[in-house]
Design a protein around this ligand. Structure first.
Ligand code: FSX
Ligand code: SF4
Ligand code: F3S
Length: 378
């Protein structure tokens, strides 16, 4: 049997099991969609789009649709550590609910500090209850870095005064799977930038389980929902790159799908913000775009209901989905400068390098690692 057929059967078995569990919401996804004027046709289109985004063949879209309907069978516990809550915002800020935010609403969200009604002791009790009641079955999502210096004392959450470090370790023990939502939880983010006085780290450095890293500051709602859908559908994590990012989302460079790529290849560059090249939509490399070193699907999936993404809005990519980007990608409005080409997509970049001359396109050490990661598991 080929891998897709086996995966399809695995999905069917998983969904059958979920269907046998009782729903945790009084209202079905169907009735929520009706309430918000979302048609069945919109839903089927959404299922097909998610299927394509997850790099699965089209027949899987029936599984995606069913998994969305059964999302309220899967308990989700969402913790906030050291962060700005932009990652949650990325998912819930839509002015009118779309299917992505509706799925998030439909999932059995047992604990989420910024969205739940409970506060204080009640909130602590809810968390303890959820960790115990769904032991071994819940999906744990963590947003934000974990301060580890001084035994985690730089972050305490809740009225019991537990450190973030303690809470994450405790919650990780009974988790069926763990997702780091955003660059802070995945790689430490701005909290871990030099000199990192709080010893901030990514979740995978403080727990001893595999963690899916959804890089991006913030990550797009598509990457969050796609990962949730994958877990609901198959009960397991998708294929990951060497930084544990799902390959379906982080398998290609921003540069390779950028709508300004033709400008790069033609040597047409914005020299400074506001110049005539900027008005023409020229390439932003010389004003600091880090798209050539960054793996993410921003150009294809975009943000805010597919409205825009950084480069379309006129600023270069800052490399926000890469480890240590605050340190390694700075200065954000200057090119990385003259560094060696270490075998990165030689055809495209050599053309660029020749045109760029003195500002020959460089590549950071971790970007090199990403290149190897992408060839490693193909
Ligand atoms: Fe970090 Fe998320 Fe950047 Fe903010 O919480 S990834 S600072 S967008 O919001 O953690
Ligand atoms: Fe697009 Fe940036 Fe690459 Fe230019 S350098 S083509 S703006 S990703
Ligand atoms: Fe981040 Fe670059 Fe995308 S800055 S949002 S990875 S375009």
């Amino acid at each position: 049997m080929d891998t897709h057929a086996a995966l399809y059967q695995q999905g069917q078995a998983r969904l059958k099991m979920l269907r046998s569990l009782s729903p945790r919401h009084a209202h079905s996804l169907q009735s929520k969609m009706e309430e918000h004027g979302i048609s069945r046709r919109d839903f089927m289109k959404w299922s097909a789009a998610v299927t394509a985004m997850l790099a699965l063949p089209l027949p899987f879209s029936t599984l995606v649709a069913e998994a969305a309907e059964l999302a309220d069978r899967v308990p989700l516990i969402w913790l906030h550590m050291a962060e700005c809550t932009g990652c949650s915002e990325s998912l819930v800020r839509a002015d009118t609910p779309n299917l992505d935010s509706l799925i998030f609403d439909h999932v059995s969200l047992e604990y989420h500090e910024t969205l739940m009604a409970a506060a204080g002791w009640q909130a602590e009790e809810n968390l303890e209850h959820a960790l115990e009641a769904y032991k071994g079955n819940y999906l744990l999502a963590v947003e934000g870095a974990i301060p580890t210096a001084n035994n985690g004392a730089y972050l305490t959450v809740g009225c019991k005064g537990h450190t973030g470090l303690h809470i994450v370790k405790h919650a990780a023990e009974g988790a069926a799977a763990i997702i780091s939502v955003g660059t802070c939880a995945a790689f430490g983010g701005v909290q871990a930038a030099a000199p990192n006085p709080t010893g901030a780290k990514g979740v995978d450095q403080v727990v001893n389980k595999t963690v899916v890293n959804l890089g991006g500051c913030p990550p797009s709602e598509k990457n969050i929902v796609g990962t949730l859908m994958y877990f609901i559908m198959f009960g397991q994590l998708p294929a990951l790159d060497m930084f544990n990012r799902p390959k379906w989302a982080y398998g290609a460079r921003v540069h390779d799908n950028c709508e300004r790529r033709g400008r790069f290849d033609a040597g047409e560059f914005v020299e400074e913000f506001g110049d005539s090249g900027a008005k023409e939509g020229f390439c932003l490399y010389k004003v600091g775009c880090k798209g050539p070193y960054t793996y993410n699907n921003c150009p294809t999936e975009r943000f805010n209901r597919h409205t825009s993404w950084p480069v379309l809005a006129g600023h270069g990519c800052m490399g926000c989905s890469e480890p240590n980007f605050w340190d390694d990608m700075a200065d954000f409005e200057k090119p990385l400068g003259r560094q060696l080409l270490h075998g990165l997509d030689a055809t495209a970049d050599t053309v660029g390098a020749v045109i760029l001359g003195a500002t020959a396109i460089g590549i950071g050490a971790h970007a090199v690692a990403s290149v190897f990661a992408n060839s490693k598991e193909d």
